[in-house]
Design a protein around this ligand. Sequence first.
Ligand SMILES: [Zn+2]
Ligand SMILES: [Zn+2]
Length: 289
Amino acid sequence: MRAAAALQAPTHRPSLPRQFTENLLALLLPSACAVCSGELRESLSGGICGRCWRALEPWTGAICPRCGLPLATRVLAADSMCSDCRLERPHFDFARSFGIYSGRLRRAVLELKFHRRERLGVRLGRLLAEPWLALKSASGLPESWLILPVPLHRSRERERGYNQAEVLARGFVKAMRQRGGSALFRLDRRSLVRERSTAPQSGLSVQARRENVRSVFAVTRPTRLRDRDVILVDDVMTTGATASACAAALKRAGVRRVIVLALARATPQFPDVASRTLKEEGTRPVAGT
Ligand SMILES: [Zn+2]
Ligand SMILES: [Zn+2]
């Protein structure tokens, strides 16, 4: 260690890997907000301060009625599906997201994915109740649903410690059960699996994304799924290629309806979501960037 330190020029000493420094800070200051690093006063907060939590805003503007893509236009034509949906109808029936993948919501997702913030994920999952209730009241959907997280390949899940979509799904189910009513939600984490590990979707074109996930998902227990209605939960939806591939496998197994609920929608129509690589996203976002 001494020899290694001696070999380093003094100017290199402060440049320890940022992640290491921040992990150390997190140990020393366990009460910092996961998103803004500000002081965290509330207990049972899931690691996010009240200011950041209140700033997680739902998207309330116009959307594609099928895939839920936030649209920049305010005026909706009668048939206002986005160009992707018009070009190739996705296999799911509808998809909806809570908000746009930017700002604090994006940082919160990255914390959930890369920094083992499971409690934060359960809290974030509760936000999925909003787009769900809006869709349900508008579409007259049934009451009984199986909730399936978009699966990770088992090697990826082992590496990450959990499937972030499953953590969100748990939060969603909790929120819906607390609301009571007659709706029935059952979490099913085993009927849909990812059979192959795939290259990250980020940076790929729409067509390449579809190819990348084709035949990747499989149903393990078709008898449980036949004639059921399924809510598929994911953290971030971009083009919807992954969700559509999952829905295709589910429909082949006899699932009646597939509704996709994603916490955040990444779309190049809005700033702050340009094609960042997964490698960049693996580093902890710094407050102020
Ligand atoms: Zn905060
Ligand atoms: Zn669409």
